[in-house]
Design a protein around this ligand. Structure first.
Ligand SMILES: Nc1ncnc2c1ncn2[C@@H]1O[C@H](COP(=O)(O)OP(=O)(O)O)[C@@H](O)[C@H]1O
Ligand SMILES: [Mg+2]
Length: 529
């Protein structure tokens, strides 16, 4: 009874809540149909979208399949084409290989033919006793001062007016304003373009060394204008600076050091021969012969040359005995230090004398030559040469034929088998162009006179005249055996490619052409042991 009012309040509250819930249920019941309609609409929309999605995915799948099929067929087609190409490529590369092989064969055959032709030509030259003439065109160099395009080092084109058309023909093509057009070709046994190496030049003269060892007299001579590359060809670059030339041939080593190495290599191959090798080095300066190996007095004053004068008894010069290429080159280097040179406007290191290095082979039965070597024969110093200020030693006998050993030495030491003369001529030049005056002018005129005498001798030999003017100059006198005798003579005509020197170049080429016309009879080997 006590809690009756509370119960009544709770019941009243519960009835109120029930009423509210009843009202809410009524509201919900009223909203339900509307929501149902909405849901149906949404559901329908979703269905439609779903259908559209399904049909578009079907379309996509279809187009994907079609594209896939197309791509696949394209890929198959491409693979087939690639296979075809690959087969064609293989066929092409096989064909290229076959062509390459046949090119190699043809090149080899051509080179064999070329060698054979050269051999036959060489044999013909030898049978006719002709002088072999090679021509070397040096590259254009900075001091040529010619406005030309730079020339590729492996090009056969010189960049100047002188070109090696092939390895036997030189073309001089020059069109100077105010001068007649020059278009001349010359043929030689061999023509070296500006890119040809020292080795290539040496390889062609190398067989002459075998001939020398077989007992033939041989002479290798470089001819040409000042600055045309004679000393470069014979000795190599910087030959004036180095007292001893390198005994191991480098790329730019010249003929003389290479010949020394080759000679001693050939000698070492056949120890049974073991010949004695003698070397003399002389220069012809202002038409006088100077012995560059002779010691002055008691060897005190280096730098003196002994003048060699002709006498009735014959001639002799100091001939050092050598046993190796290094000794040979040491002697040559010693001689070169004394060689006359003078800068001209054409060439800063112009040699003013003809250099003649003579190598003599003698039998091994003779006593050693060292008895007569340069150091073993002291001589009294002679007067100073008035023209040059050089000290001259007293005259020593000058043998008129043969060179290197005196006759007495020849008898005492046994039989002289053969001589090899290596000649680096002084350069022909026009005094006006070289810009020399005073004593240098006299040198130039002596050089030009001796070279003219050389040309006259060759002219007389070519025409088969009865009298050959060897005695017109010391140069031709000294080289008499090589020019008109039985020596195998190889002339290397060196030419500058520049337009500035075209007149001298034509003169040098004319000299070479004249030398080729000489017929002297078959060269004979010296009597062998
Ligand atoms: N074939 C060549 N290749 C590169 N340089 C050369 C060649 N021939 C000559 N020379 C350079 O030309 C210059 C003149 O050559 P050099 O042999 O002294 O002339 P020459 O003895 O005829 O007066 C030298 O500096 C030499 O090194
Ligand atoms: Mg020179």
């Amino acid at each position: 009874v006590k809690c009756r009012p509370q119960v009544w309040a709770q019941c009243w509250e519960g009835a109120g809540a029930c009423l509210c819930a009843w009202r809410a249920c009524l509201g919900l019941a009223a909203a339900m149909p509307i929501m149902l309609v909405l849901w149906v609409l949404v559901l329908q929309k979703l269905k439609r979208e779903m259908e559209a999605l399904r049909s578009s995915s079907r379309g996509l799948l279809q187009s994907y399949r079609e594209e896939y099929r197309d791509c696949l067929s394209e890929i198959v087609q491409a693979v087939q084409t690639a296979q075809l190409h690959c087969e064609a490529l293989l066929a092409c590369s096989a064909e290229a290989g076959r062509l390459e092989q046949s090119l190699r064969d043809v090149t080899e055959r051509w080179q064999r033919e070329l060698r054979e032709r050269r051999r036959l030509q060489d044999a013909l030259v030898e049978l006719k006793g002709n002088i072999r003439v090679h021509c070397r065109i040096r590259p254009l160099l900075p001091f040529d001062d010619e406005a030309q395009e730079p020339v590729s080092p492996d090009s056969s084109v010189s960049g100047g007016v002188v070109h090696a058309v092939d390895d036997e023909t030189v073309l001089v093509e020059c069109n100077r304003p105010g001068h007649a057009l020059i278009n001349k070709t010359y043929t030689f046994e061999r023509v070296y373009g500006p890119a040809e190496s020292q080795r290539a030049v040496f390889e062609d003269v190398c067989p002459l060394l075998t001939s020398f060892l077989d007992g033939y007299n041989v002479c290798i001579m470089a001819y040409g204008q000042t600055g045309s590359g004679k000393s470069f060809t014979m000795l190599g670059p910087r030959c004036q600076e180095e007292p001893a030339l390198p005994s191991e041939p480098r790329g730019d080593t010249g003929i003389i050091p290479r010949a020394a190495a080759e000679l001693f290599r050939l000698i070492s191959e056949d120890p049974s021969r073991s010949p004695e090798v003698g070397v003399s080095v002389v220069e012809i300066y202002n038409n006088d012969i100077f012995d560059l190996l002779a010691n002055d007095g008691c060897r005190a004053a280096s730098g003196a040359k002994r003048q060699v004068l002709p006498t009735q008894q014959g001639k002799t010069v100091v001939c050092g005995s050598v046993r190796s290429a290094a000794q040979f080159l040491m002697l040559v280097g010693r001689g070169l230090k004394l060689r006359a040179k003078q800068p001209t406007s054409v060439h800063a290191e112009s040699s003013r004398s003809h250099l003649v290095i003579t190598v003599t082979l003698a039998t091994a039965t003779s006593p050693p030559w060292s008895d007569r070597s340069a150091s073993a024969e002291p001589c009294q110093p002679g007067p100073r040469s008035p023209a040059t200020g050089r000290r001259q030693s007293p005259p020593v006998p000058l043998r008129t034929r043969g060179h290197g050993l005196g006759r007495a030495a020849q008898d005492r030491l046994g039989q002289v088998r053969a001589t090899l003369q290596l000649v680096d001529l002084a350069g022909s030049e026009c005094a006006g162009v070289s810009g020399v005056t005073g004593p240098a002018l006299r040198e130039t005129s002596c050089i030009n006179r001796s070279l003219a005498a050389l040309s006259d001798v060759l002219g007389a030999l070519a025409e088969g005249r009865g009298h050959i003017p060897y005695r017109n100059s010391r140069l031709t006198h000294l080289l008499q055996d090589a020019l008109g005798g039985d020596a195998k003579l190889q002339v290397i005509v060196c030419v500058s490619p520049g337009q500035r020197h075209v007149v001298e170049t034509l003169q040098s080429l004319g000299f070479g052409a004249r030398a080729r016309q000489v017929e002297r009879g078959h060269p004979a080997p010296r009597k062998l042991r």
